[in-house]
Design a protein around this ligand. Structure first.
Ligand SMILES: [Zn+2]
Ligand SMILES: [Zn+2]
Length: 260
């Protein structure tokens, strides 16, 4: 089926008011898909023609939307940031418009992009929002596996618990790690490592290194410039990998800094 310019030739339109309207965040394009639909949107989207059961013209797109949704809801994007797009990110200074442009460029060119992004800056400047937007766009546009993880005590505690015999997740560390290593797109939010924990350093290095080796697209966010916080961590190995994988860019609110 040929899709139209109204849906950017994807067959899918976004519904920014889906919550208020009690509708779905994604829908088949009304102009090129729904205009051909004869099944009335009834799952499994078959029609009967000349006594034969056939796919309704809408079926491919409806199946794709279901696939995108199932990937999306297991991606780990925080509810607060779900289904947000570039129009939600306000850039009111040079740094944030530069970062927004870089993010937009990635979305437009993916998978033809050489490097990921490392966004660093003050808390509250939209790093999590911007990285969630990129992840959302890439999942919708390409229906690829994407994951969002926040590096926190909880993250390490959960991983550590898998080593405790008798815990529900005992022995699943490798599984969790592998899932993060092979995701097509990964956002690592609040990236930071405690200097005194060799195990945490090693865990994060292994993740970064595995994604580097597999040439997987990764976005990091952090409150500090990695060139300042990471040189001495894990013998500088994490920083050197990150420099090769990502464009490091600052995202700070000008206003915020002016007030200091
Ligand atoms: Zn269309
Ligand atoms: Zn149909």
């Amino acid at each position: 089926m040929a899709y139209c310019s109204f849906c950017d030739f994807s067959g899918i339109v976004r519904n920014p008011h889906y919550i208020d309207l009690g509708e779905e965040p994604l829908a088949p394009c009304p102009k090129c898909v729904l205009s051909q639909c004869e099944c009335g949107g009834e799952d499994p989207w078959f029609i009967v023609k000349d006594d034969k059961i056939m796919d309704c013209p809408c079926r491919d797109i409806r199946m794709k939307i279901e696939k995108i949704k199932s990937i999306y809801y297991r991606s780990g994007i925080d509810k607060k940031y779900q289904w947000k797009f570039f129009d939600s990110f306000e850039s009111n200074n040079n740094l944030s418009s530069k970062a927004k442009n870089m993010a937009y460029d990635i979305v437009r060119k993916f998978p033809d992009v050489r490097k990921g992004l490392f966004l660093w800056g003050n808390p509250g400047t939209g790093k999590t929002l911007l990285s969630s937007i990129v992840l959302t766009e890439l999942i919708i546009r390409h229906a690829i596996e994407g994951r969002f993880i926040k590096i926190s005590r909880t993250f390490f505690n959960r991983l550590r618990a898998t080593f405790a015999e008798g815990s529900a997740t005992y022995g699943s560390a490798r599984e969790i790690e592998q899932e993060l290593e092979i995701a097509d797109v990964l956002v690592v939010d609040d990236f930071g490592v405690q200097r005194d924990s060799a195990w945490e350093q090693e865990t994060l290095y292994n993740l970064v290194d595995a994604r580097y080796e597999a040439e997987k697209f990764t976005i990091f966010t952090s409150n500090v410039d990695p060139r300042r916080s990471l040189p001495e961590v894990a013998g500088g190995r994490i920083l050197s990998r990150i420099k090769e994988m990502c464009v490091i860019t600052e995202l700070s609110g000008q206003d915020y800094r002016d007030k200091l």
